[in-house]
Structure formats: C-alpha cells, structure tokens
Unconditional design. Structure first.
Length: 87
C-alpha cells in the first residue's frame, strides 16, 4: 500500500504516470477532468439545442469476434448491380 500525507508535498507528474490509481487524486488531473467534462457538456448541449441527435455508431474493425464478420461485408469496391455514386 502507498501511504502519503498531504504535508509531504505534491507528487511529480512523471511519478503519477506510473501509479494510475493516484492520478485522479492530484489537483492537476482533477482540473483537466473538470475542463474536459465541462467542454464535452457544452458541445453536447450546443448540438442538442439545435435539434441534432447523439448517436453511438458501431466501430467497424478487422477483428472477427464470435462470427460477427459473417453478418455483413464492408468493401470499398462497387459491384455491377449498385448504382453509381451521386455527386
């Protein structure tokens, strides 16, 4: 266990990188998390107020887990039956 009192001073950021469980307790990281949270909320609110919807789209990867790759095929090639793309 790592026991460190506040009277011993601040931990260097390089040291905190080696101990991820202590990062959230540092003032620097907490400030960054607060700014990120506020920024994400502001951007989300901006678009929600203008009628946009937040959609979590699936991530297409090359990994074939549990046979999911057999469900559909993604390609950059056009087949002869598909219409040409509109400009």
């Amino acid at each position: 266990a790592y026991n460190r009192s506040r009277s011993q001073g601040r931990l260097p950021l390089e040291f905190l990188r080696t101990l991820p469980h202590l990062r959230a307790r540092s003032n620097t990281h907490l400030a960054v998390l607060r700014v990120r949270s506020r920024l994400a909320y502001s951007i989300h609110s901006f678009f929600q107020e203008r009628g946009f919807k937040h959609v979590h789209t699936p991530i297409i990867t090359t990994s074939d887990c549990e046979g999911a790759g057999e469900l559909f095929q993604v390609t950059t090639l056009l087949n002869k039956e598909s219409p040409p793309p509109r400009n």
